[in-house]
Design a binder for this molecule. Structure first.
Ligand code: TRP
Ligand code: SF4
Length: 402
């Protein structure tokens, strides 16, 4: 993926962000914006698919999320920061894609299957919830994203997006206009080249000959007089898929679970084990000091084993090799006490959180500036989304004159 390729990702405004979001997602976003054109959005429609009964909380989480993003270094000069529902084209593409989405593709997604399996006592699933991966597909396909930073749990959703792109191109890419264009390109090739191209195509489409597919690809890529767009047409024709209207997005996996919560499990709001991104220093200190440790160290003079202690994974993230050695030795020989051991973690966390808190204070003092940034982002995103939607409607044979 080169720097011209777009990256798209979103987050649901269903709670305050914590250090798990920072280490797992946001740091990665901040890095990616240095090398790629990034689109980052608040997925408020996705929040509604599950939190429609608490919809009054969304606005507050959204504001706070935007301030957090800006405070950790998402730079609106580099990235497009916007709100999903402010770009109605997401919802429109969602509706259009729903026409070609087999129900079974959605019903087999683990999030949905698990929900239905554990239904007892809960509300039944909504149409919107079943369509969650479809809306997510629209989110990325509408910007022709090449890469989508996500956690492992989101891979099945991205797989739906990839399958949908393929299906869409197959159904609507092979239209008469496309075929005419390809015929024109072939007639301009050297006759021997044209013959070879037709032969490869036939061998691949009729006999599934993988080598022929590769040879066809090499041949097209070697035609230096053609534009990228024309090459893409010839490749699409050769593979029988037609024009690539919606490219297939690749997942970019977030560094998985590298920050555990204060109970040793994955840091997550639902486990009540988080350290907030803007947590008060006093609260951070207290949360770490009261963390459970290796039960073998019930008394100061009992040696312990860091591998059995939830503080250890935090040292692995925050502490230098030297400090880690000090912990290992001090713990196993009862040379240090647990509070002593926890202090460097507390210090590092505070050092990480402090500048974020300061910048957040500054952004919070300028709500109008935050709104202006988002409004600009909405406009930029919308213009891009409209371009794709127009192509999509044209390909599907719908009204798309303006
Ligand atoms: N489903 C994602 C999550 O819960 C949020 C999301 C919505 C998203 N649309 C997206 C992520 C598009 C990446 C791309 O984390
Ligand atoms: Fe955990 Fe550190 Fe105590 Fe060992 S010394 S049990 S690693 S807190």
């Amino acid at each position: 993926m080169n720097s011209l390729h777009r990256i798209v990702s979103g987050m649901r405004p269903t709670g305050y962000l914590h250090l798990g979001h920072y280490h797992g997602v946001l740091k990665n976003w901040v890095k990616l914006q240095e090398t790629h054109r990034c689109f980052f959005f608040v997925a408020d429609l996705h929040a509604l698919t599950t939190h429609y009964q608490e919809s009054h909380t969304i606005a507050n989480y959204m504001e706070s999320m935007l301030v957090d993003w800006l405070s950790v270094g998402i730079d609106p000069k580099k990235s497009v920061v916007f709100i999903q529902s402010a770009v109605p084209e997401h919802a429109e593409l969602h509706a259009l894609l729903s026409m070609i989405t087999p129900l079974s593709w959605l019903e087999r997604v683990p999030t949905y299957k698990d929900y239905i399996r554990d239904l007892k006592g809960k509300e039944g699933a909504t149409y919107g919830f079943l369509g969650y991966p479809l809306l997510q597909s629209a989110d990325v396909l509408i910007y022709k994203a090449a890469g989508v930073p996500v956690g492992e749990d989101q891979l099945p959703h991205l797989e739906v997006a990839r399958e949908l792109a393929r299906r869409f191109n197959f159904l609507f890419g092979l239209n008469p206009e496309f075929l005419k264009h390809v015929q024109g390109l072939i007639s301009h090739m050297e006759p021997v080249t044209a013959k070879r191209y037709e032969r490869y195509r036939k061998a691949y489409l009729e006999k599934g000959d993988g080598q022929a597919r590769q040879d066809g690809k090499d041949l097209v890529m070697g035609l230096s007089s053609l534009t990228e767009g024309d090459k893409e047409c010839l490749l699409g024709y050769c593979e029988g898929t037609g024009k690539t209207i919606l490219p297939e997005p690749e997942p970019i996996l977030n560094p998985a679970g590298n920050l555990l919560g204060i109970d040793g499990r994955k840091m997550s709001k639902s486990y009540h084990n988080t350290i907030g991104l803007r947590e008060e220093p006093r609260v951070v200190t207290q949360k770490i000091r009261t963390m459970p440790t290796d039960p073998a160290r019930a008394r100061r003079e009992n040696p312990g084993n860091p591998e059995k202690c939830p503080v250890w994974p935090l040292h692995r993230v925050f502490s230098s090799d030297e400090t880690q050695k000090w912990v290992m030795k001090g713990c196993t020989t009862a040379g240090i006490g647990c509070l002593e051991c926890k202090q460097p973690v507390i210090d590092h966390m505070l050092k990480e959180i402090e500048p974020i808190r300061e910048r957040a204070k500054e952004w919070e003092a300028k709500p109008n500036l935050v709104h202006r940034i988002v409004e600009e982002g909405n406009e930029v995103a919308r213009a891009e989304a409209q371009k794709t939607l127009k192509e999509v409607k044209q390909a599907m044979g719908l009204f798309s004159h303006f």
